[in-house]
Design a protein around this ligand. Structure first.
Ligand SMILES: NC(=O)c1ccc[n+]([C@@H]2O[C@H](COP(=O)([O-])OP(=O)(O)OC[C@H]3O[C@@H](n4cnc5c(N)ncnc54)[C@H](OP(=O)(O)O)[C@@H]3O)[C@@H](O)[C@H]2O)c1
Length: 298
């Protein structure tokens, strides 16, 4: 697949890295959609550095439909991206949503038909070092997972030959829930305590974290994820392998007084629990507390 037109909305850690990787690969026409002008993108990655200057639009006015859109804002900014999507999406445009959580298509509020949305679970780490300056770190062999369907395979083909790849995964629902399980403990607990992952080493926080996970595992199973009996403990054990001094994106957002991505994480667990009639009191409490933190910021 060569010569596609690709618009990347949101040039933060993930979108900036993706746009730079696609532009450096030189196979497609890349357009960056940002709130502020940018002269260039610098991407530091394990093999070196790329410096590229793709075109940047700061308003949707005058733009035309493209083959692919990659939506890379935080989940809570999806609605604000609607003006971009309305202009950039034609009848054949596919929209990859590179965001945490589940239910990516629903976040687009009907602006894009769900069958043209490709949800992407992001495993790579994209850090914004400055405006337009990104650092890409690979955490696993797989940079991103997408559903193993025609649209997902199309997104994987789009990225082929670039610095970031997408892997069509037959077990996408299970993978999405596994990532969500990590995010519904690490992010809320670090954000609400305003402490890095060191806080997860406390016995009382461990007990709370496991309770949050047990509830969410029951919901994930009801949603079709294949999660074994020890899934909660396995997620906790994985978290204990992460550096104690590491933060989380929600921790950083809480410290900076920015709105939190809580609806896309704990909010989707609580909403799915309601659909299935599963009690999730601990997650419900966490949601209420972090909604209050987020609303005070916004
Ligand atoms: N970063 C990671 O390593 C990582 C890893 C896994 C998953 N994720 C997930 O990936 C998603 C993106 O995260 P991120 O770390 O890249 O976030 P981020 O660094 O905060 O970047 C989001 C970008 O979206 C831009 N934006 C927001 N509203 C916009 C609009 N209406 N039009 C144009 N641009 C807009 C922001 O612009 P401003 O610069 O103007 O604020 C910002 O540059 C999140 O769901 C996150 O949880 C991230």
């Amino acid at each position: 697949m060569t010569g596609q037109s690709v618009a990347v909305i949101g040039l933060g850690g993930i979108g900036g890295s993706l746009a730079a990787a696609l532009q450096a690969a030189g196979r497609h026409a890349v357009l960056c959609c940002a709130r502020r002008p940018l002269d260039r993108l610098i991407l530091d990655h394990p093999e070196g550095r790329e410096e590229v200057s793709p075109p940047v639009a700061t308003t949707p006015e005058g733009l035309s439909p493209v083959d692919w859109v990659a939506l890379c804002t935080k989940a809570q900014d999806s609605a604000a991206a609607a003006p971009w999507l309305r202009v950039l999406c034609g009848p054949a445009t596919r929209v990859a949503v590179l965001q945490n959580g589940i239910g990516h298509a629903a976040r687009l509020g009907g602006v894009v038909p769900p069958e043209r949305v490709v949800p992407a679970i992001v495993y790579f780490n994209g850090e914004r070092l400055g405006d337009g300056h990104l650092r890409l770190r690979r955490v696993t062999e797989c940079d991103m997972a997408v559903p193993d369907d025609e649209a997902g395979r199309g997104f994987a083909a789009l990225l082929a030959g670039s610095l970031v790849g997408a892997h069509p995964a037959p077990d996408f629902v299970t993978r999405a829930w596994r990532k969500l399980l990590i995010n519904i403990v690490a992010n809320p607990l670090t954000a609400i305590t305003r402490q890095r992952q060191q806080v997860l080493r406390r016995d009382d926080i461990r007990a709370l974290g496991l309770a949050l996970l047990e509830e969410a595992v029951a919901v994930g199973r009801a949603e079709g994820a294949e999660l074994p009996g020890d899934a909660a403990r396995a997620v906790w054990a994985l978290l204990m392998t992460y550096p104690a001094e590491a933060g989380t994106s929600m921790y950083q957002d809480a410290l900076a007084g920015r709105p939190l991505e809580i609806e896309a994480l704990t909010g989707t667990v609580v909403a799915a629990a309601e659909r299935h009639g599963i009690p999730v009191p601990q997650n419900r409490a966490m949601l209420a507390l972090l909604r209050a933190v987020s609303d005070a910021a916004g």
